[in-house]
Design a binder for this molecule. Structure first.
Ligand code: ACM
Ligand code: ZN
Length: 743
């Protein structure tokens, strides 16, 4: 959430760690809150206890147990070894031939005297992760006996591709951070690290043949100085080995033809204009992309891919394909010549040509292509996977065409988005399989990914905050089959916070902790405080009041313009940011409102009353206060309770051109006695500032009106008016407003 104004320290924060007791089985305090939830689990009210796990030495399991041992030592900050081979084993592990059992299958049986684990090679690894979770969940410390509840688990994965995208280009993450994430992914039974390595803002992989990609392309000069870095081939091999030991496939993404400014900055001949450019320092989509008409570009990319293919053992390479503006290609004689020679009728077809040519190069190298859903138009021979990000429809189309699909729609999977648009429950309810798919098509949906684009993630701490706890929900969505139950999941998540603390994960919050629901009457508003998160306390204050506690579902009575601030606490520690709600008390509050054109359902704020409910929006246009109109004018009339003296009418508009939201150009105020004939009483021409970037709020005011009126109408014009440079110039724009204030 974006804060407006000063954040206040509400009460001294007392750091108090409460270890939640495990409640699954009262007698022995057993805790089986495994995430992702296993397919089948039978619990007995008994415990396995031992001071050490003893196993029979077998080459195929030694490495795995050493790995598990060091994880547990690290977790408990202990020097002691918890596993050893010996004559009287209590831990029996059998790896069955992969062909004999289902993939990723394991059977884990914990009895009072012994633990037995069987499965295929991956399955046994996942069984050990479940065992590891059971140890962490049931042993605060591990100085004496290790306790594990007696449980029988039969489990295997639902989707085969369970990934996380990490963008190391917008911000650079250390090898250590990446290893931490590989560990976390494995712990939660995820199996793909989609490693976004090339971008406008930085080229992050060492390429021997083109050293300027690293000396120039890996660094940008921003306000803080030189920023960047890259992974040497040695770093990359180290990461791949680390990942392989943990059954994580590392898929590199080498973006093309767009998002390529860093490469072009290094070697300007790669672009259409061939002019020098800088490695980009701002976020967005940029015009200079690889030239599709220059064979030298394809030679460059083939040489780069040669080195990538040699480095990465995965049989899949992601080539991007998203967000490639065509403006340079339209103006480039080489690109136009290419189109003529190949009978391509437009630049979209030229993009398909580009992608197909690269996919062919990969195919010769025995690599399969993955690309964002923009590459659907390309005719790629053989195995191709579409990663659906603009909703799941691209993935649905892909599987209907016999291609594979990875689902990572912005709606549920963009963990760089704030918690107010994608909260834990939303991720948990992510449905990858469209009802209209038949069983064959469903099989082609191989899985999903959560995407951590890093424009607003400058460091590991922020990465943790964005990724967790949402990654737990993603892991369960992708691994577990069967019925979902969010409340039960939430209870299991509660037990994982202690584990995440111990794993040094600075997790964020599950959802916006405070909901402020406002009910307006004639001269005041009642603001009710509630939350969908359990076990919180709330403290609030208004502009000039002292801090007071307020109980869930109680209301605060507000009689003048105020800023209401509410802070939630969990276990006496601040939970999330302060909720700050600006309230305007005005004469329109209990008026009735009529819309000539409806607001859009995606941005409905609090619905029909929203523009007269007293709630003002902040700089986050998704804060639930802004009402959006897409491609239509704002044209609303307000009927007051009685004929009233009206001197001022004002309303705010929002602009953020990156998200296609623009100020209106012209705004009119009208009045009427009968709702039929309307008289214009004010007009504002040239209100807009369409050239201004950034998130802006601007107030439109009609002052000194001196009206006696019951009916008022506001009209704000909203044309197709995105600026020329905008990728969608000429298409519809949004108009956003929050409140019509009448005084
Ligand atoms: C994307 O988010 N542009 C794939
Ligand atoms: Zn060109």
């Amino acid at each position: 959430m974006i804060l407006i104004g000063k954040t206040r320290q509400l009460i001294p924060v007392i750091f108090l760690i409460i270890i939640t007791s495990c409640s699954s089985s009262k007698k022995n305090n057993l805790n089986v809150s495994i995430i992702p939830k296993p397919s089948k689990m039978i619990l007995e009210d008994k415990l396995f206890k031992c001071s050490q796990f003893i196993y029979k030495k077998k080459s195929e399991i030694n490495n795995r147990l050493n790995l598990l041992d060091s994880s547990i030592q690290h977790y408990y900050r202990s020097e002691k070894s918890f596993f050893s081979s010996g004559a009287n084993p209590n831990l029996f592990i059998e790896i069955k031939k992969d062909s004999l059992v289902a993939k990723n299958y394991y059977h884990l049986k914990v009895e009072s005297e012994s633990i037995t684990l069987t499965g295929d090679s991956k399955g046994v690894f996942y069984g050990l992760q479940s065992l590891r979770q059971l140890i962490y969940l049931n042993n605060k410390t591990i100085d004496e006996n290790i306790k594990i509840p007696c449980v029988e688990i039969t489990d295997s994965n639902f989707f085969s591709h369970r990934g996380m995208l990490l963008d190391c280009c917008r911000h650079f993450f250390s090898v250590k951070t990446i290893k931490k994430y590989i560990d976390l992914l494995a712990f939660y039974k995820m199996n793909v690290l989609h490693w976004h390595l090339t971008e406008d803002q930085g080229w992050r992989v060492e390429i021997d043949q083109y050293p300027k990609l690293n000396s120039i392309g890996s660094y940008r000069l921003d306000s803080t100085g030189k920023y960047g870095g890259y992974y040497s081939k040695k770093d990359i091999r180290e990461i791949i080995n680390y990942a392989e030991e943990r059954y994580i496939e590392v898929i590199p993404e080498i973006e093309l033809p767009g998002h390529s400014s860093a490469a072009i900055a290094s070697y300007p001949y790669l672009s259409c204009k061939q002019d020098p450019i800088d490695v980009t320092t701002s976020w967005g989509v940029f015009k200079d992309i690889y030239c599709a008409g220059n064979d030298s570009v394809f030679i460059f990319l083939e040489n780069v891919l040669n080195e990538i293919v040699e480095l990465f053992p995965s049989d899949r390479i992601h080539i991007g394909g998203d967000e490639a503006p065509k403006i340079r290609w339209q103006e480039c004689p080489r690109c136009q010549k290419r189109m003529n020679e190949n009978n391509l009728t437009n630049e979209s077809e030229l993009q398909s040509y580009f992608i197909e040519r690269i996919a062919k190069i990969l195919k010769i190298k025995n690599k399969k292509t993955i690309g964002w859903d923009e590459i659907l138009e390309s005719e790629i021979e053989g195995d191709v996977t579409i990663q659906s990000w603009r909703g799941i429809s691209g993935g649905v189309q892909a599987v209907k065409e016999g291609k594979k699909a990875i689902m990572s729609p912005t709606s549920h999977c963009y963990f760089d988005y704030n918690i107010n648009s994608i909260d834990l429950e939303k991720v948990y309810n992510f449905k990858l399989l469209d009802d209209n798919l038949n069983s064959q098509e469903k099989k082609l949906v191989i899985g999903g990914e959560c995407n951590l684009w890093s424009e607003k993630i400058p460091n590991e701490e922020k990465l943790d905050q964005q990724a967790f706890p949402r990654l737990l929900a993603m892991s369960e969505v992708l691994w577990s089959s069967g019925n979902k139950n969010y409340l039960q999941f939430q209870e299991r998540v509660e037990h994982h916070y202690n584990i995440l603390n111990q794993l040094n994960v600075k997790y964020g919050i599950e959802a916006i902790p405070v909901d402020i629901e406002v009910k307006a009457d004639v001269k005041s508003v009642y603001a009710k405080v509630s939350s969908k998160i359990k076990n919180l306390k709330f403290f609030y204050h208004l502009n000039d009041t002292l801090i007071e506690e307020i109980k869930q579902n109680d209301s605060i009575h507000i009689t003048k313009n105020e800023v209401l601030s509410v802070q939630a606490f969990k276990n006496n520690i601040r939970y999330g940011n302060e909720a700050i709600q600006k309230i305007a008390v005005h004469k329109g509050l209990s008026g009735s409102i009529n819309y000539r054109y409806p607001y859009h359902l995606t941005y409905q704020a609090s619905g029909k009353k929203s523009l007269v409910d007293g709630k003002l929006g902040g700089l986050d246009f998704k804060d639930g206060n802004w009402q959006g109109f897409y491609g239509t004018n704002l044209d609303v009339s307000i009927t007051l309770d009685t004929i009233s003296q009206v001197n001022n009418v004002s309303l705010n508009f929002y602009q953020y051109i990156n998200s296609w939201i623009v100020f209106p150009k012209k705004i009119k105020l009208l009045t009427s006695n009968d709702l039929i004939k309307w008289n214009e009483v004010g007009i504002i021409n040239d209100f807009d500032e369409i050239t201004k970037r950034g998130k802006l709020i601007k107030s439109a005011s009609f002052k000194n009106l001196n009206l006696n009126s019951k009916h008022l109408r506001l009209v704000a014009e909203n044309f197709k008016r995105l600026p020329d440079w905008h990728e969608a110039a000429g298409s519809n724009s949004w108009l956003f407003t929050d409140e019509i204030m009448i005084e």
